[in-house]
Design a protein around this ligand. Structure first.
Ligand code: V55
Ligand code: FE
Length: 493
């Protein structure tokens, strides 16, 4: 018998779903699903299977620690079918066998049941990527797991035939769309809190083509990366880990406001000693947006927060963190000369204030100059309260389009107490203009305890959804969503 989850996990912004299953041919309650949408929308969801048994549940455990569940929507001929299934990680299988939680707090092996010492703790809960015909779900604290794009069954941890010896693998590898290569890395590659980074390039067939190891200047989160035609970039976040603190019962990460920004840069096929760590004044580099080369320099665009970008779930050394939605961020463009004498970066341009996270661009513009960016954002003026007068916690209440040529910003506001999950961008056709297509996102209506899928035209957000697809279930807030073209994945039925 599974006991009730504690209130701290059910009375905040969300609660566990724990559901696996399928809905054949979802109900389209408004508009029509464009027939050119042929593909698979997949999303990684942390969804704790069993209530934690640790004495003190860390906020990161609730927000990011849960067992990885893959949800998928197969779009074909104006129909949408739905499946959701847990990733059968080593951890999930052990806990399922025991019918209880055996693993404790977020990236804290000291909080585990002794019976699972040395077992893989990863939940594969952060993002999916598709490469060389294979689908993977990953969390940066362990190896990626291969997922069957039809059944969502788990095929096992991915080592590229033993080539991946890092203990960890990023949830945000990058693909060069022109060569088909996959660029990936793992930080804490020799174990939790180590400064070791493993860097891997896989060829278009998924075989390991290049490997390099180096040490990062700090033991800190490297969540995302970027590539250009000639370089790879590793932005380091100012949230640091420490084995002594972890062993003493402290959190895995703390925010260090005074830490400079570090950007590791190396040639795409470089050796470990070719990494250069460039620094910039303190700020919080979030997800990368794009990178390319121009006039011999790297142009690196990313979202950058003015303070603790992981607040409130990661706190500083004193346990303090600002409230959700209170840390502004912006699209920032760095220009980096890999060969510069100085490693202090100065060429910084703020392209637009954003107030959201998880930017998407047209993938055909990856590694090239681009014009359009799409981001789920929060307008704090448009929040509301429930019937008891309590504020309804919302993550993002609009989808925003930034035209970087004209500077124009367009928003589609999803309504009071509605919260958007990570959207995907789908080009209208292979030869459509940049950015012309659709954004598809889950929209949660917490007051009604249900969710829907919305489809909007990416360059006409103000017109609102062209289709609303009703789900008979509440979809717990997931992390990253990805679109895979229908030519690359099986039809489901
Ligand atoms: C993030 C999410 C994670 C994680 C580290 O969204 C960073 C950022 C869902 O897990 O482990
Ligand atoms: Fe991420």
């Amino acid at each position: 018998m599974t006991k009730a989850f504690p209130a701290i996990m059910t009375q905040g912004i969300d609660e566990p779903c724990r559901f696996e299953g399928e809905v054949f041919d979802l109900e389209v309650v408004e508009g029509t699903v464009p027939t050119e949408l042929d593909g698979l929308l997949v999303q990684a969801v942390p969804d704790q299977v069993f209530p934690p048994e640790v004495a003190v549940i860390h906020p990161m455990t609730i927000a990011a620690g849960g067992d990885g569940s893959v949800r998928a929507f197969r779009f074909k001929d104006g129909h949408v079918d739905f499946r959701t299934r847990y990733v059968r990680t080593e951890r999930y299988l052990l806990e399922r066998e025991a019918r209880r939680s055996l693993f404790g707090n977020y990236r804290d092996p000291f909080s585990d049941d002794p019976s699972v010492a040395g077992k893989s703790r990863t939940t594969a809960n952060t993002a999916l990527f598709f490469h060389a015909g294979r689908l993977f779900s990953a969390k940066e604290d362990g190896l990626a797991y291969e997922i069957d794009p039809d059944t969502l069954g788990t095929r096992g941890a991915w080592t590229a035939n033993g080539a991946i010896t890092s203990k960890t693998f990023t949830a945000h590898p990058k693909i060069d769309p022109r060569t088909g290569e996959l660029f990936a890395f793992g930080y804490a590659a020799k174990g939790e809190t180590t400064r070791d980074v493993a860097y891997y390039v896989f060829d278009a067939d998924g075989a390991l083509a290049h490997e390099a190891w180096f040490e990062a200047p700090r033991s800190a989160m490297i969540h995302d990366c970027a590539v250009t035609d000639n370089y790879v970039l590793f932005p380091m976040m100012p949230i640091t880990s420490d084995m002594a603190r972890l062993r003493a019962g402290g959190p895995h990460f703390i925010y260090e406001a005074d830490m400079p920004q570090y950007f590791g840069v190396m040639p795409r096929k470089g050796c470990g000693d070719e990494i250069r760590w460039f620094t910039a004044p303190p700020a919080f580099p979030g997800h990368t947006v794009n990178a390319y080369e121009e006039d011999g320099k790297i142009v690196f665009d990313l979202l950058e927060a003015e303070g603790n970008g992981f607040a409130p779930v990661v706190a500083d050394a004193d346990g303090n963190a600002p409230p959700p939605g209170s840390v502004p961020n912006a699209l920032v463009r760095w220009r980096i000369d890999y060969h510069a004498n100085s490693t202090e970066l100065t060429d910084r341009e703020v392209l637009a204030p954003v107030g959201g996270e998880g930017a998407h661009i047209d993938p055909r513009r990856d590694l090239r100059p681009y014009r359009h960016m799409f981001v789920p954002t929060l307008d704090p003026k448009l929040l509301t309260t429930d019937v008891n007068g309590r504020p309804v916690p919302v993550m993002f209440n609009q989808l925003s389009h930034f035209d970087l040529h004209t500077g124009a910003r367009t928003n589609w506001y999803a309504g009071p107490a509605a919260t958007l999950q990570d959207p995907v961008f789908v080009p209208r056709s292979v030869d459509a203009a940049e950015g012309d297509g659709y954004l598809i996102a889950l929209l949660n209506r917490p007051l009604e305890r249900r969710s829907e899928l919305v489809i909007v035209e990416s360059l006409n957000l103000a017109a609102g959804p062209v289709a609303r697809i009703s789900l008979p279930l509440r979809m717990r807030l997931g992390i990253h969503a990805t679109w895979i073209d229908g030519s690359l994945v099986p039809e489901w039925f």
